[in-house]
Design a protein around this ligand. Structure first.
Ligand SMILES: C[S@@+](CC[C@H](N)C(=O)[O-])C[C@H]1O[C@@H](n2cnc3c(N)ncnc32)[C@H](O)[C@@H]1O
Length: 390
């Protein structure tokens, strides 16, 4: 339930419904850190943040109350059924696509309209179904061309329906592929996930030439996210996010921008990821888009300025992390299944070799600067719903 918090009235309906982990709600005895007792089971890194951020603490507390309210469960099961029936329908509603268009519009507005008005020339949209972000970009940037990558409709929770959109115009190319698979396969080959991203690039044989071609993306959307898929193992989300990040780092033009969808929870890997973004882009901010209550947000990074040496270091780290994650299996429990709460695989070092403590010391201020405003928006949204209910 913790993951499902969503505005019940004014928000778009494109909820990424995750099945709540049954173990996520904690009895206070399971959290033996003193003097704190946590309303939810938290990973060790989340606890560090909880202990220094009253904004995060307040959010966790209000989410705990909200999750216990039976009206919340009723609401979410209704929404889940609605979305599942839409998924099975032969003519899915455009409603979901339109709500993503609104999110993209909001993201642009939050960033001085930098994604419209022909300021985008060439974009890549990962996880593009049902097509809202791409369609909005094509509409708002008449000179732009784009490539969308998404799961084939039969495997996807949202079908890509191009009717009534610009997605079937000559300016847009759709590639049906699993991003995690093609990134991890590229890593196993010792290469970069490049040639899958443009049919034009497949005509050229050297990786260097392909790189020159595909690096011309000036905006990359890393929006692939498990949606409506029931239980998703904790490492799968990380694999998908890091696969997309590898695509970003190997395909983004100098000066370009990227938008990454993440769960806004202070897991260690997210702190590591934010640290890499901080050193690669001039500005890193976050936005909830038009979605207030969900535990996800968009990290918006602008002005990519990675030097070739830095790029090499980062892509090496991403490759190593993806290789490490391939060894994680269903037998590896998430942290809050462990008794002492510390041996958290979610807290395992992936992109940084610093200890939890060192990473926290080095990164928490920047991390809080980016995420506290998002937690506050989410907190205020939940409080509003609660007030309406009483
Ligand atoms: C939240 S939706 C994205 C909505 C999209 N940004 C839009 O504007 O319409 C997430 C999408 O990611 C896709 N997805 C999930 N896992 C994927 C994967 N491994 N490879 C490619 N696409 C994936 C899902 O099928 C879904 O269409």
């Amino acid at each position: 339930m913790q993951d499902q918090l969503e505005d019940t009235t004014s928000i778009p309906s494109h909820i990424m419904i995750d099945q709540p982990a049954p173990s996520e709600l904690s009895s206070s005895d399971d959290n033996s850190d003193k003097p704190h007792r946590y309303p939810f089971k938290l990973t060790s890194f989340e606890r560090r943040i909880y202990n220094v951020s009253s904004v995060f603490e307040n959010l966790i507390k209000v989410k705990s109350e909200y999750a216990k309210d039976p009206k919340t469960e009723q609401y979410f099961s209704g929404r889940r059924e609605e979305q599942l029936s839409n998924r099975l329908s032969d003519s899915p509603s455009p409603h979901y696509r339109i709500s993503y268009e609104k999110s993209m519009e909001q993201l642009s507005r939050d960033n001085r309209d930098c994604f419209g008005g022909d300021r985008v020339q060439r974009f890549l949209d990962m996880g593009c179904s049902p097509g809202g972000f791409s369609n909005w970009l094509l509409e708002q940037n008449p000179g732009a061309a784009g490539v969308g990558v998404t799961l084939p409709n039969e495997n996807a929770q949202f079908k890509l329906v191009t009717d009534g959109t610009l997605l079937d115009a000559g300016r847009y190319q759709i590639i049906y592929a699993d991003i995690t698979t093609f990134a991890t396969e590229a890593v196993s080959r010792g290469g970069n996930p490049l040639s899958y991203l443009s049919s034009d690039a497949s005509d050229v044989d050297s990786e260097e030439t392909q790189r020159q071609f595909v690096e011309q993306y000036d905006l990359i959307l890393a929006g692939a996210f498990p949606t409506l898929e029931g239980f998703v193992p904790w490492w799968y989300r990380i694999q998908l996010a890091l696969s997309q990040l590898l695509v970003v780092f190997t395909n983004l033009a100098h000066g370009g921008a990227c938008i990454i969808v993440v769960k806004n929870k202070p897991f260690r890997w997210l702190v590591e990821l934010t640290s890499i973004l901080r050193t690669s882009f001039t500005t890193v901010t976050a936005s909830k888009g038009s979605v207030i209550l969900r535990s996800t947000c968009y990290i918006v990074c602008r002005e990519f300025h990675s030097t070739p040496e830095h790029l090499e270091t980062v892509t090496e780290k991403l490759r190593a992390a993806l290789t490490k994650l391939q060894d994680v299996s269903v037998d590896t429990p998430p942290e809050h299944d462990n008794n002492d709460g510390y041996r958290n695989e979610r807290s395992m070092p992936l992109l940084s070799s610093l200890s939890d403590e060192e990473l926290f010391e080095q990164e928490h201020e920047f991390f809080l600067e980016v995420f506290e405003p998002q937690w506050l928006v989410q907190y205020n949204g939940i409080r509003k719903v609660q007030k309406r209910r009483t």
